[in-house]
Ligand binder design. Structure first.
Ligand code: ZN
Length: 380
């Protein structure tokens, strides 16, 4: 009897120990899973940010007639963001002209995995053959038949957006010599806690000014840098909140991108800006009409800093030009290589007799009233 009781007790103890081990193991597994998840999402964010920078410039470059292009990934991002109210072509008849709202691939078959047989630029037209239930349209473009995801097509004919005069304000006015040439350096995609301050050090050292097209989403965590940009006389302007291709967004989404950036600027600087550089330089006629209270600022000298990530190459790109007067130079404040290049570019331009000015300063000095509905690539 006694030994049987002992056996039962022993069994109970073993079961109890087993349960405790199981619980402890379970807690460890849950904890481990959480750690893995957190680190993955951080890594993902970083990659996304990287991609953003590269992609951004890829596309921005596209405007400069380069082979690098910003063609978007067809239906990949469209499923969660279908925007049928504006661009629905499902009811259009065969033979209707349909217009691309952004630069987009034409595919052999109705799938984003299918071969690319061509590209259509924003606002170019194709002839509709049929609109399919699966979200794809068969079209004829340049005598070739192929498929385009319908989200990127509209039956609305591109029209010139209306022009409204934009009230730009020079926050830190100074005396400029209107008869001396001037050039506007611009820096996108920041503020960046590492490279932006290096750029600011150089500008401050030479009493030079530039325009920073910052992302609203990065302003809050880098508010000191935003404040310093303005403090040394530079212009802080919008590169939207989250760097999306505005051509693919609805009116509300475009306005939200801008309003959220304005909110950040208001909070940090106590004022907003009427200048926007659209990500990838993309602003079709619809985007221009949505942003009718803002001037859109492009560029005409692309340093390709995003591609080379090499200071010497950036300097060389700038040196290719002989007359910089009225020109807008595109750089990105997120690369150390760009920050290094600026240390040479700034004194060199000054030595050549140029005044390094902000976009608003250049417009005022040249007697140009900036208007909405225009994407400015130079100011003269
Ligand atoms: Zn950008």
């Amino acid at each position: 009897m006694e030994s049987e009781k002992q056996t039962i007790n022993k069994t109970n103890v073993i079961i109890l120990v087993a349960i405790i081990i199981a619980i402890v193991a379970l807690i460890y597994i849950i904890k481990y899973k959480k750690t893995v998840q957190t680190s993955t999402s951080v890594a993902e964010n970083e990659t996304n940010y990287e991609m953003n920078g590269n992609e951004a410039s890829n596309a921005e470059n596209n405007n400069a007639d380069n082979n690098e292009d910003n063609t978007i990934n067809d239906s990949n991002d469209s499923n969660n963001n279908h925007n049928s109210e504006n661009y629905d072509v499902s009811n259009a008849q065969k033979g209707t002209l349909v217009y691309a709202i952004t630069k987009i691939n034409i595919r052999k078959e109705d799938s984003e995995k299918s071969a690319v047989i061509g590209k259509i630029n924003a606002e170019e037209s194709a002839t509709l053959i049929k609109s399919q239930d699966n979200g794809w349209c068969k079209v004829k473009y340049n005598n070739k038949e192929g498929f385009i995801y319908s989200k990127y097509l509209t039956t609305e004919k591109p029209e010139e957006a209306e022009h409204n005069e934009i009230d730009t304000e020079i926050i830190n006015p100074r005396k400029l010599d209107k008869n001396k040439p001037m050039v506007a350096l611009t820096f996108d995609d920041g503020p960046n806690p590492v490279s932006t301050p290096i750029i600011l050090d150089t500008l401050e050292k030479y009493n030079a000014r530039a325009t920073f097209f910052d992302l609203g989403s990065l302003m809050e965590n880098n508010s000191k840098i935003v404040k310093r940009e303005e403090k040394i006389g530079c212009e802080v302007a919008s590169h939207t909140y989250s760097h999306k291709n505005l051509n693919t967004l609805s009116e509300n989404e475009v306005l939200e991108e801008q309003e959220k950036t304005d909110e950040q600027m208001q909070k940090i600087l106590g004022h907003t800006s009427k200048l926007i550089r659209p990500p990838y330089g993309n602003a079709n006629f619809l985007v221009k009409s949505y942003l009718n209270n803002y001037a859109l600022i492009g560029w005409d000298i692309d340093t390709l800093d995003w591609e080379s990530k090499n200071a010497e190459s950036v300097i060389k790109e700038v040196r290719k030009y002989s007359n910089y007067d009225g020109k807008i130079v595109l750089m990105h404040s997120i690369y150390k290589s760009t920050a290094e290049a600026v240390k040479t570019i700034v004194p060199e331009l000054i030595k050549k007799g140029y005044q390094l000015v902000t976009i608003s300063e250049m417009a005022e000095a040249k007697g140009i009233k900036l208007q909405s509905g225009i994407l400015y690539t130079e100011i003269k």
